[in-house]
Ligand binder design. Sequence first.
Ligand code: ADE
Ligand code: ZN
Length: 323
Amino acid sequence: MSFIDTLPKAELHVHLEGTLEPDEMFRLAARNGLVLPWESTEALRAEYSFTGLEHFLRLYFEGCKVLCRREDFYDLTAAYLRRAASQGVRRAEMFFGPQSFLERGIPAAEQLGGITDAIADASTDLGIDGALIITAQRHRTEAAALELLEAVRSFQDSILGVGLGSAEAGNPPSKFTRYFAAARAQGYRLTCHAGEEGPPAYIREALDLCHVERIDHGYTAAQDPDLVSRLADEAIPLTMCPLSNLRLQVTDDLTTYPIVDFMKAGVVVTVNSDDPPYFGGYLNENYTALEQQLGLGAEKLTTLARNSFLASFADQGQIDQAL
Ligand code: ADE
Ligand code: ZN
């Protein structure tokens, strides 16, 4: 076991639909009587060479089609939590975007029932603390995002927070101010993907107009030193995803990845996997990539792992216990 394997960690930025392994995609397709457009898992994996976020999202949404029934959502969540627990993850705040499934007529109860059953079982069996963050898809309208809040309203007790994902360019946070205001009024914790492909101005909008508590990615904040100081001063954490940023050509090279600069500036940065099979690694592979490409030693790796608990939406008592 490596040092990274033994570090207790939280994962704060992982999309459940993005944890679907190719062989599992084929298994679920067969279980649901569906034929995938690829002949084999090898043919599917050959598609995992992305020009950018939107290219990736086309494949990701195609993969979502094999998730149809309560047990599919259960199996997906259970498999991710097993893998995470085996990597030393003690808490996982997982994104899930119901709109892909609601539009295919799959009731929220089937989706969220399967996910929350798997979270409960993993807590009992593995001691991992799982929580759910519902994301709206920003390529859709704000009205659709508000409908999503209504569709999941009766499951509110099982939902920790609300976020925003999907195609960032041309879909700024300012398009979703009423959605975030409604979510806040309903008592959800708030987070938003911003600064993955979008400019630093999108990060500012997420803070100023949507009042989110965390920024998912935040990579492009590196272009704006005043914004970096603000993130540090206001203790707004970033949930960064190095292998995702590499595979989606957000960054050319992890040797220049700005995470150490952010740490030096006092930002609470965290490491996460985003969509692990698509980007070549779960959480520990992301830590290992930074260890190797940036030469991070035990002290910085420990700070990143500590940050993951500090940045989590867990109760203060739980955070204190984890630290
Ligand atoms: N949904 C799944 N992965 C995503 C990412 N990297 N950015 C935005 N939305 C996503
Ligand atoms: Zn993401």
